[in-house]
Design a protein around this ligand. Structure first.
Ligand SMILES: [Zn+2]
Length: 168
C-alpha cells in the first residue's frame, strides 16, 4: 500500500504514514489533504474521498531535535538518482570517495553512486589520484530530503510544484 507524506502545520515534511492512518487523521480533523491522487478514491461505509498523497497536520508538532538521515548504500543510490558521480551513466554501486583502504568511512559525504566500471577503475584511489573528478559533490540529506527522495520518481513527479521543488 502506498504511503502518504505528512507535513507539519508549517508545511515542513515530517514523516510518511500508511494510507489507512492518513485517512483516519483526515476524518478525525487532525489533518487536511494538501494533495490527492487525481483518480483513486478511498470508499467505505462512511467514507468517500480522494486518496491523499500529502496531508498537513492542523496543529503544529514541535520536533524536539533534528535527526540525521541514517546512511545506507540504497540511500546513496537514491540520493544520487542512480547516476554515476564520475560519468553520469546509470549507477548500481556505491563508491567511497576516500577509499576505505585510506580511512574513508561509510558517510553521506564520503560516498557517491557509481557505475560498476568506474568503481572498478577508480579502485583504492581518491578521485585526484585516479584522475576521475566528481561531477557533483556528495551532500548530507536532511531527513525530509531522504523521505522525499525515497518516494518513487513517478510519485515525486506528481507532487505539487512547491513540494517537488523542496525535494529537488
Ligand atoms: Zn561511471
Amino acid at each position: 500500500m502506498r504511503d502518504t507524506l505528512v507535513l507539519n502545520a508549517s508545511f515542513e515534511p515530517l514523516s510518511t504514514v500508511t494510507l489507512n492512518r492518513a485517512v483516519v487523521l483526515v476524518l478525525t480533523d487532525k489533518a487536511v489533504v494538501e494533495h490527492a491522487h487525481p483518480d483513486l478514491r478511498v470508499r467505505g461505509a462512511a467514507v468517500d474521498l480522494p486518496v491523499p498523497r500529502v496531508i498537513r497536520l492542523c496543529r503544529y508538532v514541535r520536533v524536539p531535535f533534528r535527526r540525521q538521515a541514517p546512511w545506507s548504500r540504497r540511500g546513496v543510490l537514491v540520493r544520487d538518482q542512480h547516476r554515476c558521480a564520475y560519468c553520469g551513466r546509470r549507477a548500481t554501486t556505491v563508491d567511497h570517495v576516500v577509499p576505505r583502504a585510506q580511512g574513508g568511512g561509510d558517510t553521506w559525504l564520503n560516498t557517491v553512486a557509481s557505475c560498476a566500471e568506474d568503481n572498478h577503475r577508480k579502485a583504492d584511489r581518491t578521485p585526484e589520484q585516479a584522475g576521475m573528478p566528481l561531477l557533483h559533490q556528495p551532500f548530507e540529506p536532511t531527513p525530509a530530503d531522504a523521505m522525499l527522495l525515497a518516494m518513487r520518481a513517478s510519485e515525486r513527479s506528481e507532487l505539487p510544484e512547491w513540494l517537488a521543488r523542496a525535494a529537488a
